[in-house]
Design a protein around this ligand. Sequence first.
Ligand SMILES: Nc1ncnc2c1ncn2[C@@H]1O[C@H](COP(=O)(O)OP(=O)(O)OP(=O)(O)O)[C@@H](O)[C@H]1O
Ligand SMILES: [Mg+2]
Length: 575
Amino acid sequence: MLRMLWTVPDLTAATGLFLLVALALSLARPWILGSAVDALESASAGSQDLARVATRFGAMFLGVTLAMNAFRFLYGDARGRLTQTIVANIRLRALEKLHVLSPVYYGENDSGQIIARVSRDVQKMRPFFGLVVFSILQLGIIVIGTFLFMASQSLLLASVTVLFFLATAVMLYYTARRLQPLNRQADDMYDGVALDIKENIEGVKIVKSFGRESRQVKRFASKLDDYIRGTIAVSDFWSVRMPVSDSIFGLSIPVILLIGGGLVIEGDLKKGAIVSSLFYAGRIFHELRSLIRLVGMSQEAGVSAQRFFELLDDTNTVPSTESPLALPKGRGALVFEKVGFGYKEEEEIISDLSFNIRPGECVALVGPTGSGKSTVLSLLLRFFDPPRGNIYLDGADIRRLSLADLRSAVGCVFQETFLFSATMRENLAFAATQATDEKIRKAVETAQLGKFLSELPEGLDTIVGERGVTLSGGQKQRAAIARALLSDPRLLILDDAMASVDAQTESGLVHALREAAKERTTLLITQRLSGVLLADRAIVVDKGGVVDEGSHAELYGRCRIYKELFEGQVLETAA
Ligand SMILES: Nc1ncnc2c1ncn2[C@@H]1O[C@H](COP(=O)(O)OP(=O)(O)OP(=O)(O)O)[C@@H](O)[C@H]1O
Ligand SMILES: [Mg+2]
């Protein structure tokens, strides 16, 4: 975590410097007071003018105090900037990392946990960079300064104070270590709370439609209960230890008085030295008290950092290709060769999958639900790398291509469409930011969304998504198709992308797509006969393997799975 400080070296150095100056000035103050006591004593004995001594030390004290406060202000300001900058940097790194993590990571970690790590854990790390690091530095300097001052007066006094300090510090250290697992437990429980909030927002329609509001609230309450119990365990732990360590050090003041008083009586120590010593010890005491609080905070920050860096250090990323091949010219020919893959090791979802799609073809990929059609898409995009077999795009093994090349060559419309809270233009030109409005409109026409767009109040500038106009399921799918078209891919894949579109629009869509796509290859994953009939041929998959391929008429006659898939639909059309 400390290394994050070096990402902003200038601010860190400035903060440290201001702190050092402020500290040096504040350490000078007890010394001035002690010297004043001694000077006043000798003045009252008649050797100097009392008023002049008082004025001199008074002015000195005031000057040092003013300067100290000025530097304290500078320190506080620099520290604030430093922590905000670091926190922003950390969040940025987190978001970058979230984009390189493979879907395997998202499969293993729930979204509540991920959101909690990027928002709450980062927030909890903040005091660490600001307060904790510099307070520890401050305490160290004060302890050393005090020790040096006291030792110059009396080694005995210095050793006693330091012993008390060490005893308290050791006790705190062990307390903090035992606190760590408690903190971790409480934080992990928070993930459940975060997930619940998110799911209740996203699932609000389902909750309402089934009238399950009160049950959801109860479930949430029980998760909250767990979390609260976790945090109470943490605070209870502190409430017991805090007064104990506080008292240990509190004992040091009377001990200094006793020992110091004895030394003064014997003439080994000046009175002023006791005054300064008491101030110094009081200062350490004060710092230690705030340190106790900081230890608590840094414990929490430590746990949050642990959780956060687990995210940052996660290696579940698709391996990037070193010295990638250039993408060969082509029109999007796709070959799967004996591909085997499972989301879990023991369970194969795709087995021995082989097919060959020629450049420029429009092929339908059909199969029962759960047969692995969408998985084919994830493998092609290298969301996952299959442990067995090879995939070739225009003759190149996709593992040898750079991810950027591969993904810009393949345009996808996923089964679940997603639009950002942004204008239609930004959503449509998501991968083709340079696209002219004319190009965008053409893609929109091809996607059969022209009428809808013309009816939008602000056309392409209309904001859609959560903060704007809500699109219907079919409109969203067509917007996603326009988005994929605009990236001008050589291989276009529509995963059930016309499921929410009526048959007439679907047929218009496919005709327009075929017209616009003479130069590219198209793969239609579909459950509907109308879709299949528009393709050149169909490939039938079941249980992760190809069972047959051919034209509708051939397949309908000889392939049982194919017939079962489309039987009802044929009857419908016939009737
Ligand atoms: N991220 C995932 N983690 C684990 N298992 C998954 C994941 N995605 C899909 N599966 C499983 O893999 C199998 C194939 O899923 P896939 O989504 O590829 O099917 P599909 O043919 O697209 O189905 P549908 O026609 O319903 O869309 C299913 O049994 C599913 O449970
Ligand atoms: Mg699917």
